[in-house]
Ligand binder design. Structure first.
Ligand code: CP
Length: 311
């Protein structure tokens, strides 16, 4: 497997900061790794002698396991850090923690952190490549890449497709990264949700806004359904989850009332019966598990392409 391209950047801090060419390079590289992952032996030696630290300061199932699997499939050495059991609890600064980890000859950092901008701050203060695995309400670039890659796989291309992102847009890093990624690839993008969960001036990003779910679903080819991020809400933005489900829950009845069959996506974790019903999440219109599967190939591609820039 010969891959010669690299990215225009040393870090992956957000989709906002990369070029359309970078996204296309990542997709082509992920195509190669998808083929590798279909083989009986799913491991390649590409990152032998590269050491990667996964620093997760916030909970994760999919992203953490997907990065770790991607790193192991590439034969990297992997160390994992969890904030709840670390010396951060004893008052150490983030920069001291990371510099201590780097002094153990670590080459790359994958970081999830609840504070927006933390990976950017680190990138200004350390030499290693940083991959943002989700920073608060800011960006989740590898999620957006795997989402767009899954659309390309299902629909042939992303350009000119109509995609609506439904739900808690205000608190969602997935929404922001998806908007940047899909717009760069030439898609038409809309958001839909209650007015309290739609950020002011979001139209300035070139997206359409729907407040009515049925109209949004009639418009789109693909609906990416998000959960309500209760952990990021210190005040109430909706009266109750039951009322949210009544007006914005994607269920079988609303899908059957449409004039066409749309594709359903969700980045996970899903809250069954709130933003999506079980019969939709598990239906043949849903590509939720394809998204998870594609996440490993996308993260292998990002790691591989950025490792080419490790000095
Ligand atoms: N989609 C996503 O980021 O899921 P996790 O929080 O489980 O990593």
């Amino acid at each position: 497997m010969a891959i010669v391209s690299s990215l225009s950047t040393k870090h992956l801090l957000g989709i906002k900061y990369i070029q359309k060419d970078d996204i296309e390079t990542i997709f082509r590289t992920a195509d190669n790794f998808k083929e590798v992952l279909s083989r009986p032996v799913k491991k390649v030696p590409s990152l032998r002698d590269v050491t990667i630290a996964n620093l997760f300061f916030e909970n994760s199932t999919r992203t953490k396991m997907s990065f770790e699997l991607a790193e192991k499939r590439l034969s990297a050495d992997v160390i994992n850090f969890s904030a709840s059991s670390s010396s951060v609890k004893k008052g150490e600064t983030l920069l001291d923690t990371v510099n201590n980890i780097l002094s153990m000859k670590v080459d790359m950092i994958v970081m999830r952190h609840p504070a927006p901008g933390t990976p950017f701050y680190l990138s200004q203060n350390i030499d290693a490549s940083i991959i943002n695995a989700g920073d608060g309400t800011h960006e989740h670039p590898t999620q957006a890449l795997l989402d767009a890659y899954s659309i390309r796989e299902k629909h042939g291309e992303v350009k000119d497709k109509k995609i609506v992102i439904v739900g808690d847009i205000k608190h969602s890093r997935v929404a922001l990264s998806n908007i940047f990624c899909l717009k760069k690839l030439g898609a038409q993008v809309a958001v839909c949700g209650p007015a309290t969960l739609i950020p002011k001036h979001i139209e300035s990003l070139g997206v359409q806004v729907f407040y009515n779910l049925k109209k949004a679903l009639e418009w789109c080819d693909i609906a990416n359904v998000l959960r309500i991020q209760l952990e990021r809400q210190d005040i109430k933005f909706i009266p109750s989850l039951r009322e949210y489900a009544m007006y914005y829950g994607v269920n079988r009845d609303i899908l059957e009332s449409l004039s066409k069959k749309i594709t359903i996506m969700h980045p996970g974790p899903i809250n069954r019966g709130v933003e999506i019903s079980s019969d939709v999440a598990d239906s043949e219109q849903s590509i939720i598990l394809d998204q998870v599967e594609n996440g490993v190939a996308i993260r292998m591609a990002v790691l591989y392409l950025l490792a080419g820039q490790v000095s």
